[in-house]
Every structure is written in C-alpha cells, then in structure tokens.
Design a protein around this ligand. Structure first.
Ligand code: PLP
Length: 450
C-alpha cells in the first residue's frame, strides 16, 4: 500500500482517455484507480484503504484474493487455460456436478454462460422453446441484465432507453410491504394481494401465451425485497396451474448471499430454471449459468438446443467455481452468513432505524440488507426522488462521500444503501463498517424534515 501517485495518474489517464464505461455519461466518469485488494478491503494508489461494503457489484462473496481461488485459477491456467465447449473438461463437469448436487429438487444440469444477463437470455429461450409460448412476465423493480432480452425483462429505469427490443414481455408488481402497490397493512396481506394481482395479469395476458414468470428470489439492486410469507409458494402454484415455467434469477441472491446455496431454498420451492452468476466464483473469472431439470433437458434430447457460447464452461472460471464451492464448505460460509445476519446486522440496523430520522425501513436476510432513506418517516417520502441524478441526488451523494471519507465503500442505489459485504467479513470488520454507516447517516439526517 505504498503510495504511488505516478501510477495513479497513469491509470486515471488511460481510463479517462480510452475506457468506455457502463451506465455512464463518459465525460463525467471519475473512476477510483484501484491498486489491490485482500479479504474485505481494497486500496488505491494514494494509500487509502476501503472496507468493501458493496462486494464490488455484490459478486465478491469470498472477498478479495482468496488464496484457494487464486491457486485454482493459477493451476488451471498452467495446465489448460481454455478448451472449446464441445470438449469434455474435468473442471467444467465437476463444477456442474457440484452445482447440481446443491440445487433444489430435480434440477441436475447446468448450461454455463459468461455472466448473469446471458444466463437469463438462455433461460427465457429455453422456456419459450419448451412451452412453445412467447410471453415472459417479470416484475417492476427488478434487474435481469443489460443484453437485449434481459434488459426487456428488467423492471427499472435501465430499461427505458432500451425499450425497442421487440421482446414479448409484460411486467407486474411484486410484493414490497414498505411501499405496497396493494395498500396492504401486513406482510400476509401483501402476499395475498400480490398473488391476486399476478393472477389477474396472467389471466389478462392470456395464460396460454405465457412461457415463464421470472423473478429474483430476493430482489437485489431494486431494494432487497424479501418476499413475504406464502408468496413464493403461491407463484409456484400459479405457474403449475397454467403450465408456466418459474425462473428464479439467483444472480445476486444466490451462492450464499442469503445464507443458503440459493435464496429460494428459504421457501422450499423448486423453480423450473435457476439462473446464477456473480457469487458462484466471486467473479474472479466471469461465469454464469442456467440450472435445469429433466423436463427441460428432454425437450433438447433429440432436437439441438439452438444456442451456444465460445466460452461456455471456461476452464479458468469453472476451476474457480469448484474451489469456491469447496471453500464455502471448508469455511462454513452459509452458516456464518446466516448467523452474522441475524446476530450482528439485523439488530444493528434496527438500532439505526430507531436512532436516525433518515432511516425509514431496514430489511434483508443473510448478508443482503437494505437501509431505505426517507425525508419524512411519517409520509415515507424518499430522501431523493425516484431515479434522481445530479443535484436532486445530492443527499445520497453526501451520505456516500461521508462513508468513503471514513474508509468504507458503500453500495448506493436511489434512496437506499445496501449492506452487502463479502460473506467472509470478520465480526470486527462488520461492526466497524456499521459504525461508519451510523456516522454517515448523521449527514443524511440533515436532509430530512425530522
Ligand atoms: N440478474 C440480477 C438479479 C442481477 O443483479 C444482475 C447484475 O447485477 C444480472 C442479472 C446481470 O448479470 P451480469 O451483469 O453478470 O450480466
């Protein structure tokens, strides 16, 4: 961590002059040059270290520089760095078997992709071919990726400028008890009314036209929305009633983030297809995929599946996945995630809610939590307007700046901050991070009417 201003300037200059950045007005990008990372921290070239409370893009489930993942990638690179998908590969097969063995119900086969969007593209393609129906239903307040089909599924503003994708997709409201679209008074009522609404959408859309309902098992970027009791089971029943496939998007919520292999395991429901990415190997090498059961596989037993990728099941990515699954078990990651969530994060966030005028709601499970900031606790008016940018988003910017000044890298989206650190974070680091958030919320409080 020796400061190296010349290296920082070179990184800044190359980045500014030659890198085209995601989701950004290019003239205003100001990326932090990052020199390295270890465990729950990463650091820049100027000697500043940040506690990574965002796990980068909520993918770094085992933290920076996990020695077992690094060794597995190095060993695989030296042995066989790449191999075509039509070849047999030991690590690809092993990764698929380990994933299948941890998947719910009869899901037992994996199609590997390079990331989450591609996984969702292939899941909806499979669902359309399997059912012979065109339409896919997805929720408002969802994110499913940035490629043509996946962005059409997405139910947040990132879809708006990509609307001409020509996909047969219709959106519905999922449950969100704090801001109920159904004017519900309790989680149970929210569940019941959200299910009735979904049934109405299915009926009006034409059940015989609907291939699949896709939903994040716990909604991620759009607010860590944990489904209320009975909801997931109710969606499964509705799908069964009409021959609709249920696709669980576990790209962000899966692989331990919610304290189970898959978030949907919390409700004991088996979807028809699961999509995953991110936490499967902490993003050390890009990897995603679709997990399917025999009904999907049978559809393509005698007829070719019309899709493929040069890097499907890339050996470096799969070696990292195998090492990651073993590390999860060696280090009891699922159990410690549940425990830290219940005994450290939840009680502390409840305290923050009582203490701060700006904290309207806290919610989550495992190591997947949201703090929703408001101007006024009574009216629940968000601290910044929906999809605000520039000056309108300044109060959230001030909160984030206060976190960074104190050495914490926060996840901020609209009027929320999410507590989503690596699952390997120590209890001390977690408490330090929550202390920093506590202090930064004083800054947010200044923008409230309380
Ligand atoms: N699905 C969910 C729930 C996500 O959170 C994301 C990314 O954040 C994606 C899909 C897209 O994944 P990727 O960025 O790897 O394409």
């Amino acid at each position: 961590m020796t400061p190296d201003p010349a290296a920082a300037e070179q990184v800044r200059a190359d980045d500014r002059d030659h890198v085209f950045h995601s989701w950004s007005a290019q003239a205003h990008v100001d990326s932090l040059p990052v020199a390295g990372g270890s465990g729950s921290y990463f650091w820049d070239y100027d000697g500043n270290r940040y506690l990574d409370f965002a796990s980068q893009l909520v993918n770094l489930n085992l933290g920076h520089g996990h020695p077992k993942l690094v060794a597995a990638i190095q060993e695989q690179a030296a042995r066989l760095a790449t191999i075509a998908p039509a070849m047999g590969s030991d690590v690809r097969g092993e990764a698929a078997r380990l994933i299948a063995e941890r998947s719910p119900g009869d899901l037992d086969r994996v199609f590997f992709t390079n990331g989450g969007a591609e996984a969702n593209e292939h899941a909806i393609r499979m669902a359309r071919l399997q059912t012979g129906r065109p339409v896919v239903l997805s929720a408002y307040r969802s994110y499913h990726g940035a490629s043509g089909g996946a962005i059409a599924l997405t139910g947040d503003p990132r879809r708006w400028e990509n609307e001409s994708t020509g996909q047969a997709v219709a959106h519905f409201f999922g449950p969100y008890p704090y801001r109920s679209a159904f004017h519900a008074d309790s989680p149970e009522q929210e569940s019941e009314r959200a299910l009735q609404h979904l049934r109405d959408v299915v009926q009006l859309q034409g059940p015989q036209t609907i291939a699949a309902i896709i939903q994040e098992s716990v909604v991620g970027t759009n607010g860590i929305l944990v489904p209320p009791p009975g909801y997931v089971q109710g969606v499964r029943e509705l799908c069964d009633e009409y021959g609709i496939l249920l696709i669980a998007d576990e790209v962000m919520a899966g692989f331990g983030r919610c304290g189970e292999w898959f978030a949907i395991d919390h409700w004991g429901v088996t979807p028809d297809l699961i999509t995953f990415a991110k936490g499967i190997n902490s993003g050390y090498v890009p990897l995603g995929g679709v997990i399917m059961g025999p009904r999907t596989t049978e559809r393509f037993a005698e007829r070719s599946y019309p899709g493929g990728l040069t890097y499907s099941g890339h050996p470096l990515a799969c070696a990292a996945a195998v090492a990651s699954i073993h590390a999860f078990e060696d280090e009891n990651i699922l159990e410690r995630t549940r425990k830290l969530g219940e005994t450290v994060v939840e009680p502390r966030l409840q305290e923050l809610k009582d203490k701060h005028a700006s904290v309207g709601d806290v919610r989550g499970l495992g190591m997947f939590w949201a703090i929703e900031l408001v101007k006024n606790k009574e009216t629940r008016e968000p601290l910044v307007p929906f999809n605000a940018s520039g000056a309108a988003a300044a109060p959230m910017g001030a909160f984030a700046a206060a976190c960074k000044q104190s050495g914490l890298w926060p996840f901020v989206n609209m009027n929320r901050t999410h507590v989503v650190p690596p699952l390997t974070i120590s209890e001390d680091e977690l408490s330090t991070g929550l202390d920093i958030i506590d202090a930064a919320l004083d800054v947010a409080d200044e923008h409230t009417e309380g």
